[in-house]
Design a protein around this ligand. Structure first.
Ligand code: SF4
Length: 297
């Protein structure tokens, strides 16, 4: 079985930066370091960070200690205020791409636009935007939802940074037919769009697709959706152990892609296991990275 590995794999710049900032903060801290919920949407990386001293707070009362690290997608003001009230040092690991998208949203609202954002309800990036803009912004997840919203005055549309290009394109098309003039601001993250474009090409060249990334990772799910939309056998896994040999019985070329919060060491383990499956071998125990490799991840 031939294994075709995507060009764009592993951490994007924003995730790499957040993981390094959190790891560095824990190393230098004299007390507890917390994030609010997972720092990034990859449980294996979050576990490693916990081992290195970065704890995940589940309630405001947990926020006690030396430092608070803001996740790559931002955090609600109430949480930030609670951390500050406890005297915690705030380390802002919000991705610059997300900050830029939010700034554009604020500017559009200031200019009097009625703002529509294509995004996932409940995603931290959308929650923090809604928190500031309230009813001046409407978040829509799909075309059906977009079709139900009332459009008044000047309308602008933008997207969550990790949205599907295709979903954004379709909703922009629909809205443009319902407005005299529509301002479109493309806030899709380039690190995500290159992976989606590569997925669109790859699905034409392989018999099956393996997408590696957190099961709650929005951008990984988008890659899986592209495979599904092309009716290609597509498997979304977090770790190599989830791979099953019988998925690949009639497969001669398998494509492998990863979400933007998947570390290189998990990608390596998956490739090793796929190679074994392709050769009909039993799985071997994956080589665990050294401490320094884990820290770099
Ligand atoms: S996917 Fe893009 S927006 Fe999200 S953390 Fe990575 S670089 Fe930032």
């Amino acid at each position: 079985m031939e294994i075709v590995v995507a060009k764009h794999m592993g951490f994007c710049g924003g995730v790499k930066r957040a993981v390094e900032m959190a790891g560095g903060t824990a190393e230098a801290a004299s007390g507890a370091v917390y994030t609010w919920g997972p720092l990034i949407h990859n449980p294996q990386v979050v576990r490693r960070l916990q081992d290195a001293g970065v704890r995940v707070a589940g309630a405001l009362e947990d926020l006690r200690g030396d430092a608070f690290v803001v996740s790559a997608y931002g955090v609600e003001h109430a949480v930030l205020d609670a951390a500050k009230a406890q005297g915690m040092r705030v380390v802002d690991a919000t991705c610059p791409v997300v900050i830029r998208a939010h700034s554009l949203a604020f500017k559009l609202v200031e200019e009097g636009y009625s703002l529509v954002v294509v995004g996932d309800h409940g995603h931290p990036e959308m929650v923090t935007l809604k928190e500031v803009l309230g009813d001046k912004v409407t978040i829509v997840h799909d075309r059906e939802e977009a079709a139900r919203i009332k459009l008044r005055g000047k309308v602008a549309v933008m997207s969550q940074t990790t949205q599907s290009q295709e979903n954004f394109r379709q909703i922009v098309g629909d809205l443009s037919l319902r407005t005299k003039e529509l301002r479109v601001v493309n806030t899709l993250c380039p690190a995500i769009t290159v992976r989606q474009e590569e997925a669109e090409r790859m699905v034409e060249e392989v018999d099956a697709l393996v997408v590696i990334g957190g099961h709650h990772s929005a951008n990984t799910t988008r890659l899986w959706e592209i495979g599904q939309a092309h009716r290609l056998p597509t498997f979304h896994i977090e770790v190599a152990d989830e791979l099953k040999a019988d998925w690949f019985v009639d497969v001669t070329r398998v494509g492998v892609m990863s979400g933007a919060s998947t570390p290189d060491w998990i990608v390596s383990e998956v490739l090793l296991r796929l190679d074994e499956i392709g050769q009909g071998h039993e799985p071997t125990e994956p080589t665990r990275p050294t401490q320094s490799q884990a820290e770099r991840a």
